[in-house]
Design a binder for this molecule. Structure first.
Ligand SMILES: Nc1nc2c(ncn2[C@@H]2O[C@H](COP(=O)(O)OP(=O)(O)O)[C@@H](O)[C@H]2O)c(=O)[nH]1
Ligand SMILES: [Mg+2]
Length: 375
């Protein structure tokens, strides 16, 4: 697993003696080679972002070619098998084996049809839900199953990805510009390689934070909260950037807003006090389940740290890394040097649903309703 695109990206060895965060020689819009470095905790979406950008570029370059096939490196049956095996391995619920045996006797041969059957079984879904966050299980099984059932063309391992290790470089051409996206694994054991990514020219340093990690524990360390860990790592990184004396462009990228919303709507507790002052850009975001309060609190904590250390507020964007629209907007913003715009994923501006309206009416909380028609 892990969805390695071996033909499209490279693993590199780096020497130890190049200075960190050298002032990039090409720092304006006319650069013909940029180096964009993405760092952040494990599972924050770094590889997904690079692969989605690479996929989109390839698709734009040759619309007639079946890009899905080029990127389709892992068969969906193999991914279904891995999903079931991981849930079986991770769960402490002894009934899981019996549930799986209701659908198959051959525990060496799970495939898509086994996953479809199990995913329809509420007992199996409950077990998955109960251990998902503590055991770092895949978060997009629902989307994966739905897309398979609808026979959609999609790259399965964009949604279900294993942890990456080492440094990976993706060379992508944007018109006359060559951009190298560099990422490194985010697990504790991988973080010492971050320095290598920062050697040499860095056009943009992107720090990626998953908004869904507020209730997750550190990878391999249950005592650590993953969001606190991300903030601590960010502080350390920013201190290094600041000490290097270079005016490196820093972008904070918040991912998984959809999963954050899903968690809050299932009444998973945020467990921290809300920041009272709301960032202007976030004021229009839905707040039925404190989505805006949570988002504002997380983002504000990162912005405050940057301001304390670096003396300025960095750019920030909120994207769903699996959304083609969000990815194309992000690529534009990073390459065009649009430093003052914050991109916020559309998924956070959901219109109020009929179900939610009904709930509000029943709770006598709906005091005013305006319906506008566009003819
Ligand atoms: N639903 C959803 N899933 C995401 C998002 N970003 C990343 N993922 C999923 O999170 C998992 C881990 O992402 P990955 O790119 O491997 O993280 P990395 O460890 O930072 O490289 C993958 O299965 C992605 O599909 C997002 O914004 N929304
Ligand atoms: Mg990765």
């Amino acid at each position: 697993m892990g969805g390695k695109l071996s033909s499209n990206h490279n693993h590199h060895q780096h020497s130890n003696n190049t200075p960190l965060l050298q002032q990039t020689k090409h720092s304006n819009n006319n650069d013909n080679h940029q180096r964009i470095v993405l760092l952040g905790n494990t599972s924050s979406g770094k590889s997904t972002i690079c692969e989605m950008i690479q996929y989109q570029k390839q698709h734009q370059a040759d619309k007639s070619c079946n890009t899905y096939n080029l990127f389709y490196k892992v068969d969906s049956n193999t991914i279904s098998k891995t999903i079931i095996e991981q849930i079986l391995f991770a769960s402490k619920d002894i009934s899981i084996e019996a549930i799986i045996r209701e659908y198959t006797n051959d525990c060496n041969n799970f495939d898509n049809s086994t996953l479809f059957a199990l995913w329809n079984d509420q007992k199996f879904r409950n077990i998955y839900q109960s251990c998902q966050d503590s055991l770092n299980l895949f978060e997009n099984v629902d989307i994966f199953v739905r897309k398979l059932k609808n026979h959609e063309s999609f790259i399965p391992d964009i949604y279900i990805k294993g942890n990456s290790s080492g440094i990976t470089e993706y060379d992508i051409n944007f018109d006359d510009k060559k951009v190298t996206f560099v990422t490194a694994g985010g697990k504790t054991s991988e973080r010492k390689k971050w320095n290598f990514c920062l050697q040499g020219n860095v056009s943009v340093l992107v720090y990626v934070v998953s908004l869904a990690e507020f209730n997750q524990s550190g990878y391999g360390d249950e005592k650590v909260n993953r969001m606190d860990e991300s903030l601590k790592l960010y502080k350390e990184l920013m201190t290094r950037v600041s000490n290097s004396g270079n005016n490196t462009r820093v972008v904070l990228l918040f991912t998984k807003p959809d999963i954050m919303m899903r968690k809050l709507r299932s009444y998973i507790e945020f467990g921290r006090l809300f920041e009272t002052e709301t960032l202007t850009d976030l004021s229009r975001i839905v707040n039925d389940y404190h989505e805006r309060d949570v988002l504002n609190t997380i983002i504000s904590s990162f912005l405050t740290e940057t301001n304390n250390i670096y003396g300025k507020i960095p750019e920030y964007h909120i994207i769903q890394s699996i959304s083609e629209l969000d990815i194309s907007q992000l690529a534009k913003l990073m390459l065009n040097n649009e430093k003052n715009r914050h991109y916020i994923s559309n998924c956070l501006f959901e219109k109020i649903s009929l179900v939610r309206c009904y709930q509000l009416v029943m709770a006598q909380q709906l005091t005013d309703l305006t319906i506008k028609c566009q003819l």
